[in-house]
Ligand binder design. Structure first.
Ligand SMILES: [Mg+2]
Length: 374
């Protein structure tokens, strides 16, 4: 790591494709077919490269090219603050220099590193269907597509009555969908639901009471986080004997949320894997462990988060699940990662275990990216 200098920075925005279009959530329209991860490659004067997500501009790359690795990364604290905008290529590079996977650098765990994941693709794809039962059957069939890809946990977008459908019919459809997915995936699978703040306390109670037998593991973003109302929800869950956990923290989360989690109001924290990022999560996850709060970083739409998020589990005891947004992205070879029985088999390869697929990557660099040499 001493005297290692970064001589070259390449960057491109790649375009990947999901197996099918992602529909609406409770507050937005169609999420579509494509993901567009910005992928940088940094190369040392000895020709070793690190790759990974970074939203860096050409100006920034020109300003920093030629930097010493020791100024950007130290083995104790990871990536220094000034370089966190390219934390993923840096972790990957250090892993390759040390010939160790990132998870092993964090914990000394070696072979057979597996992390639970969930299929995040069950969007509100049924708005063109009038009949609730038919709509529920469609989402259940999508869950089975996930099962065929190796999943055993599924997150269902709910909140249809918030704006897309009439309140009553939308609520009933949410209930029908949750039950139909449970029926399809069997009793051992995990079911999560996410309302993107489209419920209120009473609707949340209605949905969780009506689907109690479907055993929903977490309720994500029921409504915009609010310590008082979450406390009421918690009391109600306890009274009803419903074990569903409260999960929150993506998007413009309340700055108080982390304290509410530490106070036991929220069970699982979901800050994003890119903002605040991996380095911040390495501090936060163990802090949450200490107060018995789960870690489940959000990254929907980022694609690259599928692979890196699980490495955190090496350092975070109460790591819950990796959000898996399946896509194929020319330019990135992700084939070392496989999913089986609900777990990601994290490859025992240096860094994050991904590699560049040269031809499509170079094409994207030419089309929308840059190369900066010292
Ligand atoms: Mg969400």
């Amino acid at each position: 790591m001493d005297n290692v200098k970064i001589d070259r920075i390449e960057w491109a925005r790649l375009t990947g494709e999901r197996p099918r279009k992602a529909g609406c959530n409770s507050r937005l329209g169609e999420h579509g077919l494509h993901v567009r991860p910005p992928i940088a490659r940094i190369t040392t004067s000895d020709g070793v490269s690190g790759i990974g997500f970074s939203a860096m501009s050409r100006d920034r790359a020109e300003t920093i090219v030629g930097f010493e690795l020791a100024d950007a990364f130290d083995p104790e604290n990871g990536v220094s603050e000034d370089f966190q905008f390219m934390e993923y290529p840096l972790w990957d590079l250090v892993g390759r220099l040390k010939q160790k996977p990132v998870y092993e650098m964090l914990s000394n765990e070696s072979n057979d590193f597996k992390v639970r994941c969930y299929d995040t693709s069950l969007y509100i794809d049924d708005l063109h269907i009038d009949d609730n039962k038919e709509a529920a059957a469609l989402i259940a069939s999508e869950a089975l597509e996930g099962k065929a890809r190796g999943h055993n946990a599924y997150k269902i977008k709910v909140g249809r009555g918030a704006m897309h459908m009439s309140l009553e019919k939308g609520n009933q459809r949410d209930i029908d969908v949750i039950k139909a997915v449970r029926e399809a995936v069997g009793p051992d699978a995990t079911i999560l639901i996410d309302a993107n703040n489209g419920y209120n306390l009473n609707i949340t109670k209605l949905i969780l009471a009506e689907t109690a037998e479907a055993n929903v593991y977490w309720m994500e973003e029921a409504f915009h986080e609010d310590a008082r109302v979450y406390t009421l929800l918690r009391e109600w869950l306890n009274t009803e004997g419903i074990k569903t956990k409260i999960a929150d923290g993506e998007g413009s989360a309340s700055p108080h949320l982390v304290n509410w989690a530490k106070d036991g109001i929220v069970d699982i924290l979901q800050y994003d894997i890119f903002h605040p990022g991996f380095t911040r999560w390495l501090e936060l996850g163990p802090e949450l462990d200490a107060v018995n709060v789960g870690t489940a970083p959000h990254h929907y739409g980022g694609y690259y988060g599928n692979f890196v998020t699980g490495h955190l589990a090496a350092k975070v005891e109460k790591f819950e699940f990796v959000e898996w947004d399946h896509a194929t992205t020319p330019g990135i070879d992700d084939t070392a990662y496989t999913i089986q029985n609900g777990y990601i088999n994290v490859p025992n390869l240096p860094g994050f275990g991904l590699s560049i697929d040269e031809e499509p990557y170079q094409e994207a660099v030419k089309e929308n990216g840059f190369i900066v040499n010292i």
